[in-house]
Design a protein around this ligand. Structure first.
Ligand SMILES: Cc1cc2nc3c(=O)[nH]c(=O)nc-3n(C[C@H](O)[C@H](O)[C@H](O)COP(=O)(O)O)c2cc1C
Length: 357
């Protein structure tokens, strides 16, 4: 997740559940090819991190292939995931992101280049996509079939349309339909996994082979430990007390400061404090103070007086965090839907800062 799943966050997640695949923040193919200091920092992995899993975005087959070849050649990744679900207007307006699957021939060309670039290095390519742009243009089954044809090794469906954005419930029936249509490679389901039991339910109800976690882990990295317990049929630990949650928050803050430098890190960490405190009755004033921190010392000073025994409110795990808005008006290039068979490459080379998928 953009702005979230950087190296420190993934370290924290691995401390709770080693052995899962934690995907890095999305990077732009053009930025990888041309070099960019922010992208370089984003592509940092932990010394012991395995697999080094990177999500990449690009809608020009040649540029994407070049970026993947460069990363593989420098031995910087073990897994590439391609994002075809980004609904950001500045991306779809140029025909990129979630708009690409509407043009199956273009998507096929992108996947062909990507897989051709990664295969000599034995780096697997996966893709993540939405149901389609809107309910009247659902593309997920065709996308899944094209992925199989082109040698993608696993697919993940965020079971919402781009128009739906982050609102409403994910449509788990769509995951079941995709699973029924794609037997050759694992199908992963994504959408509304807030608690470990949701992952168990999604796999049981849809038959999917695994799950992708989004907002559920914001301020709750222990969700991954819970998932491992639940999927192995073991009891899931109770949600942490405020004291336990704050200890994880402090650890996260320190890791992030080591990565970005204290000043930048603490600005970035403000959003995380709100996610960690979600569902704990600490009061608005305390939340506001956390949302203004500038130093690690301030973070610790704010944690110290809190009552560590405070419990999460009932249902607090399911309080939505991160993006919640939608539906949106999907921005597309003029006439984009007139010729869905064309392979015109969207000119998205200038799109360098994104909000993800
Ligand atoms: C802050 C934020 C950043 C995200 N960035 C990305 C991203 O870079 N790539 C991606 O594939 N999805 C991204 N997503 C989408 C999630 O991965 C996931 O598909 C979506 O939130 C639906 O799952 P959920 O209902 O469990 O949250 C992002 C979501 C959020 C809230």
């Amino acid at each position: 997740m953009a702005g979230v799943t950087n190296a420190p966050f993934r370290t924290l997640c691995r401390e709770f559940a080693p052995g899962l695949v934690y995907v890095n923040e999305m990077v732009m193919a053009t930025a990888v090819v041309h070099g960019n200091s922010k992208t370089e920092r984003m592509m940092t992995f932990g010394a012991d991190e395995q697999p080094r899993s990177l999500q990449i975005y690009g809608s020009d087959p040649v540029t994407l292939g070049e970026a993947i070849r460069k990363l593989c050649d420098a031995d910087r990744v073990d897994h590439i995931d391609i994002n075809f679900g980004c609904p950001a207007a500045k991306v779809t307006r140029k025909g990129g992101g979630a708009a690409v699957p509407a043009k199956p021939n273009l998507m096929r060309a992108i996947l062909r280049e990507a897989v051709a670039a990664a295969t000599p290095y034995a780096v697997p390519v996966t893709i993540k996509f939405r149901k389609g742009l809107f309910d009247s243009l659902l593309t997920y089954i065709e996308t899944g079939r094209i992925a199989v044809d082109e040698g993608v090794v696993a697919i993940a469906l965020h079971a919402r349309t781009a128009e739906q954005h982050y609102a409403g419930s994910a449509d788990w029936n769509a995951i079941a339909e995709l699973k029924a249509a794609v037997h050759e490679i694992p199908v992963l389901g994504n959408g509304d996994i807030w608690e470990a039991a949701d992952a168990v339910a999604m796999m049981r109800e849809t038959g999917c082979d695994g799950v992708v976690v989004g907002r559920g882990c914001l301020g709750r990295p222990w969700l991954f430990r819970d998932l491992v317990e639940a999927l192995n049929g073991r009891p899931v630990p109770a949600s942490p007390s405020l004291g336990e949650a704050c200890a994880v928050m402090a650890r996260h803050g320190h890791l992030l400061a080591g990565h970005l430098g204290e000043n930048l890190a603490m600005r970035d960490f403000r959003k995380h404090t709100s996610w960690y405190l979600t569902g704990y009755p600490v009061g608005g004033e305390t939340r506001r103070r956390f949302a203004n921190i500038s130093t690690l010392a301030e973070l610790e000073d704010l944690i110290a007086p809190l009552d560590p025994t405070i419990a999460l409110v009932a249902g607090g795990e399911r309080i939505r965090r991160g993006h919640t808005n939608g539906p949106i008006r999907v921005a597309l290039p003029d006439g984009y839907l007139d010729h869905l068979d064309d392979v015109t490459v969207p000119d998205d080379s200038h799109v360098m800062a994104l909000s993800g998928g």
